[in-house]
Design a protein around this ligand. Sequence first.
Ligand code: CA
Length: 681
Amino acid sequence: MRIASTLLFAALLLSLTSAARKRDENRAPRRAPYGQINRAVLLAADRHPQSWLTTGRDFGKGHYSPLNQINTRTVSRLGLAWEYDTHTTRGLEATPIVVDGVLYTTGPVGQVYALLAATGKELWTFDPQINPRVNQRSCCDEVNRGVAVWKGKVYVASFDGQLFALNARTGSVLWKADTIVDKKRGYTSTGAPEVAGHVVVIGNSGAEFDARGYISAYDLDSGELVWRFYTVPGDPSKPYENPELQMAAKTWDPKSNWAMGGGGTVWDAMVYDPELNLLYFGTGNGTFRDQAKRSPSGGDNLFIASIMALDPDTGRMVWHYQEVPADQWDYDVTQPIILTDLKMGGAVRKVLMQASKDGFFYILERRTGRLLSAHAYVPITWASHVDLKTGRPVETPEARSFTDASKPGNLVSPSPMGGHNWDPMSWDPQTGLVYIPEIENGQTSLFSGKAFLRAWNPILGKTVWEAPMSDWWDHAGVLATAGGLVFQGTGTGHFCAYDARTGRKLKDIEVGTTIVAAPMSYAIDGVQYVAVMAAWGGGGWNFLHPQSAFYQRGNQGRILAFKLSGGPVPIPPLLPPVGPIPEPPAQTGSAETIQHGAALFSAHCASCHLNQPGTLAPDLRRMSPETHAAFQQIVLGGIFVREGMPPWDDVLTPSDADAIHDYLISLSWKAYKEQQAASQH
Ligand code: CA
């Protein structure tokens, strides 16, 4: 009797607990802590494996989870736990952060989503309300690579370069800082802010236009600017903003094209090292890319294409290492940096690792910036090797004749896409391998080649295994876990798990949405989840990839979370086939007007609108009668701002817009007549 009632009581308690849990799952606790990440928590990240504390989980940003419920034996049971619709159609590149049961991540232009990590239920969202004109000069989609969470605040940088501190519980704005020093230049921000000691830092993009690189540091609580560090010298008639520029200026032609800004933008990798109190970041290519135009008499052009270490308390440089002196090939050095301890040469060293765009895998000593190793992880034609004594690359005799990879016979490897780009790699301390989403293209054409998921032994500088992707553009970010697994999404809309030691594919789930972002992992109430953002975007966002999921099924943004014994993933329906080109309106513009429109289109529109069927930026030869009628309102009035089409009324006059329209009507007629002629045969 006693046993029976005890059992009954236990069963009752269990059902009550599970009912309570069910209720709790869908309701955020009111007073519970939100976003409580601090120095002690971050330094002890491995003791909080249920959380994912930075975009790369730990302070070293290894993109590795110590969780192992999902492992080589159980991964066959992986299924969908929940999904969240971001209601966007542009690229999703961020790696979410999970702390105190809440998942924080970003979408296009720096929108923020705070979701209950167990269910995907929305807690709050934030829209930074950007100035859409910033899209007039952006190279690579309006993406964002995530937030920083610290002591109850969520930090995010919007596409137009505003830095926000939000309340982690409510999403309300605590402070906002304008990080852009010159609105006339092509600055945008796409990277995640980084908390470094007492400040939060952020850089920007724009070296493909006329930006001068810098990073800015703000007080965590007040949002006051604490320091700003320029990465390249400015107008020599003005004083140096930071003393390091005196040394940098000696490596530039005094007659450099200073109006172009010089480049060296800090658009992605920033890592704070709480052990050494150093902030590391990578700088982008120089502007112009061609050194003959940028700094005609030569020079290394510090600090473009470099890894730098600053003291975040003062903003002063501690060391710098330029990977690509006098860069000529668009070799940004902004790829993710991973901090770890490695046994090299008989000693355990505090190192940083980077699979650089330039094709070498660099290992530097963190304290000094000393180069420890640089092995080629992809085919390289611009340099034979890096001299470990001087730290300088040894260029091939033909390296400087490779100036334009788009011209056949004048190609360089890696291409301007890089051997590896922004997509996070991961470092697995169990296998001792780095998993690199790498790209091998450029030798025959910029738009061909191959991509691989490469398991790389960083000490030996050797490939252990590689898994081929569908095509050169298919190289999403990577997660490794203590379950002996490597997770990676694909451009063709699959989510895959590989055996970390052998590269054997153990699980392949079709999700029907192109993935470029890196997966991450966390646990709630003893259940391990793997989550990833899904939607195509970033550099080359407007290209045509007929085998991609976005071409076949559209690009509706989703956050997908998986767990063991989860359900099937709903697959978006196929898009209807691209219809015929409709009969365009009558051509009324003169030949001269059409020519003027063509020049304007080439200057302002062609970098997004390729005018091919199936690209994300619409094929303007297929405009409907309604679109033709609304042409001025779209181009000048900004009625498609939400889709990323900025208003151009500050750049183009109504007659300019008409000329562009006339040009597009002429293009449409040409294509329409070809189509009609083809259908006759
Ligand atoms: Ca670049």
